[in-house]
Design a protein around this ligand. Sequence first.
Ligand SMILES: Nc1ncnc2c1ncn2[C@@H]1O[C@H](COP(=O)(O)OP(=O)(O)O)[C@@H](O)[C@H]1O
Ligand SMILES: CC(=O)OP(=O)(O)O
Ligand SMILES: [Mg+2]
Length: 416
Amino acid sequence: MEPRTVETGSAPDALLVLNAGSSSLKFSVFVGDEAPRLYLKGEFQELSTHPRFSARADGARVGERDWPEGTQLGHEGAIDYLFEWGRQGVLGGHRVAAVGHRVVHGGTRFSGPALIDAETLAELEALIPLAPLHQPHCVAAIRAVSRTAPEVPQVACFDTAFHRTLPHVAQAFALPRRYAEEGIRRYGFHGLSYEYIASTLPRVSPGAAQGRTVVAHLGNGASMCAMRGGRSVATTMGLTALDGLMMGTRCGAIDPGVLLYLMDRHGMDARALERLLYEQSGLLGVSGESSDMRELLEGSGEAVSEALELFVYRIARELGSLAAALHGLDAVVFTGGIGEHAAPIRERVCREASWLGLELDETANASGGPCITMPGSRVSVWVVPTNEEAMIARHTRRVLQAGAQGQMTTPESLRE
Ligand SMILES: Nc1ncnc2c1ncn2[C@@H]1O[C@H](COP(=O)(O)OP(=O)(O)O)[C@@H](O)[C@H]1O
Ligand SMILES: CC(=O)OP(=O)(O)O
Ligand SMILES: [Mg+2]
């Protein structure tokens, strides 16, 4: 379908940010032209098993709903519900004038945020095999918005974009050249989180902002990024969000020979391997109990201990590797659900990595920092909350303002 050209007029007064996960949909509404201010936020959980919706504004609950167990609401159903709920006055008269999406994979084409039209959407769809846990859901969210509110412009903000500064050698795989030409290379993810951290570090620690710093984004998905002066120079995730650290349900780096063995001896095909590596491995696979760090830290038994030990060991190993890529280390930053809240994990990583010159301050670590190393520590360690949604809001606002200065193309509808 041909995009239609429209005048955007003045900047939008409310901006909806959507972060579509594998089983959840997080959303935030921002208002304000120059520095978008959070107005309300919320999420849908367990969208295909036992959907629950909640929203808060200024700390107070402003929306709540539970669906019966077994209800398949899905991302599209959630967006329909969200728009309907938004029409009931909760937005205080602000009209949703644009939607910004977190899109995990931008492939070779997208090196920055992009206004979504039918052609962009088709390209995002083609990248689904490279991010099967995430990309289908953000594509579904884009389609749902275009069906419910076809006049609202949508902007895609990519997890891969921040890593465009990776040197060639840090992107390369040692495969025959024709595969690199096809786009098979290291992209890296969690870029919106890293970009947010890079943008706040100058206020938290000018030394960490300017120096050789490793940021550990430890959430359900987990990765690490080596930054020099706030730019990505090496990262643990690769072509897909499977590589690198052990995660909630993903295995992280693995000998590729294991996959060949599983194909030969267990008759596994690509789909079976995908389920194993993305959904049944990591903390869940090794503990046999849970993918959730809170539950594991409260749990007991040998398998749980081994899962935690391996999780910490892999982070410490990658920290050494990233310090090598940086030719030294000045600071480490912990972020993401685990990085921000799991003090025992931070403590264990810091102990494993003390040889690099970081001296943990246990009291500061227990109380959440921001600085969790002793005053004389050669390497400083920080706890900095991330905010992917704020980053998406800033990008979306910028794309729309750039469009408003001239003319912006937006699709009449993204429906086929
Ligand atoms: N207080 C806490 N203590 C330990 N782990 C926590 C705490 N709060 C959250 N987490 C862990 O953070 C992880 C989720 O991180 P998050 O960044 O929200 O994930 P994602 O956005 O990738 O779904 C889960 O493993 C969860 O158990
Ligand atoms: C890229 C990625 O792994 O994202 P998440 O942590 O949200 O799963
Ligand atoms: Mg996340």
